[in-house]
Write a protein that binds this ligand. Structure first.
Ligand code: BLA
Length: 317
């Protein structure tokens, strides 16, 4: 495994990280996710005027997988209100493409977490695109009204173009918002363009929420934000569907490092509760964590949110 040196950022265009600079096996492939990353960095830089590389950038940049035909690229930034904007993209000469791009706000803000997860092979495309809610949007209306009421029309814009992807890990749904795009499709230029358009819309929507967000000063509210973000990170660091693939590509040690220090950075720093503290239903005899991703099983054959953003799934335990 070859760890490549981190290319210096130019002083004036600090978003030009190597994610969009280096030549890759699939650079000429128009279905690449590199333009998604470039869009996200450029737009965030414009909005915040203060996007700077994260301290993680030095350790996490480019990796070649053990198969010799797959490249992983990572980049990470921070800005006022943004604790971490990080992106992992994977490109393989056999047509596999992955994008995992997320934005985690500073804990003084109760902003949603921007979440784009695309897994693509020549045959299929698995997509989650959402502004993941930090607080409950199923049993309570306060947070839902605050952030999603005005965004419901945007979610509806894509419900036909990118239809519900069928049953999924039931537990995941609690981390999704009423505007989530969960879809699967066979790759095509048309779908790729629709996905890019949705990505741009959702990204701009997140930036506009960020723009308006006011810093929380109440210590106990900040504590709730911190714990909610830590719980989210703890879930994903433990149960992310991408982990097995990462392990196969770069080995267990590097995969664990990327998951805990890069992708879900904060899981070690934002709190001390364990996975089983948050999700005790995963405990198996002897006090270890059930390897299964889901205890409840898969559910939600069709979209469990109505057009007003009310949860209508009936199989929730
Ligand atoms: C599949 N990825 C999935 C599925 C979901 C997600 C819901 C369908 C399988 C399931 O029902 O669990 C995504 N799940 C999420 C997200 C959250 C969640 C975003 O709970 C947030 C709270 N996916 C990636 C990366 C890779 C990846 C980086 O994001 C690879 C490195 C791969 N995702 C991947 C693969 C599958 C998948 C291979 C299908 C295989 C499987 O279902 O295990």
């Amino acid at each position: 495994i070859e760890q490549q040196p981190y290319p210096m950022l130019s002083n004036n265009i600090n978003t030009r990280c190597h994610c969009s600079m280096k030549k890759t096996p699939t650079q000429d492939n128009v279905l690449s996710y590199q333009k998604f990353v470039k869009f996200a960095l450029d737009e965030t830089n414009l909005s915040t005027k203060g996007l700077v590389p994260s301290y993680l950038q030095e350790e996490f940049s480019t990796l070649k997988a053990v198969d010799g035909k797959t490249e992983l690229k990572m980049c990470s930034f921070q800005a006022p209100k943004i604790r971490l904007l990080r992106s992992l993209s994977i490109e393989s000469s056999d047509g596999m493409q992955v994008l995992d791009l997320a934005i985690f706000p500073e804990v003084e803000y109760d902003l949603p977490i921007f979440c784009a997860n695309f897994f693509t092979t020549v045959n299929t495309n698995i997509v989650v695109l959402d502004l993941n809610p930090l607080h409950d949007v199923m049993n309570e209306t306060r947070y839902k009204e605050k952030y999603y009421k005005s965004l419901i029309p945007l979610g509806l814009k894509y419900t036909e173009l990118l239809p519900w992807g069928g049953k999924l890990t039931s537990e995941s749904l609690k981390f999704f918002s009423p505007m989530v795009i969960w879809t699967k499709f066979s790759p095509s230029h048309e779908k790729h363009d629709i996905l890019f358009s949705a990505f741009k819309d959702y990204f701009k929507a997140w930036l506009s929420l960020m723009d308006q967000a006011k810093e929380e000063t109440d210590i106990s509210q900040i504590g709730l934000n911190r714990e909610a973000q830590h719980r989210y990170l703890t879930w994903r660091a433990q149960k992310d569907p991408g982990y097995n693939l990462l392990k196969r590509l770069i080995g267990e040690t590097l995969a664990k490092g990327i998951v805990n220090k890069f992708l879900f950075n904060g899981v070690k720093e934002l709190g001390t509760k364990t996975f089983l503290d948050y999700f005790p239903e995963y405990e198996v005899e002897g006090g270890s964590i059930n390897e299964k991703r889901s205890i409840v099983g898969k559910s939600f054959e069709s979209r469990p949110w109505d057009t007003r953003g009310v949860f209508v799934g009936d199989t929730f335990s």
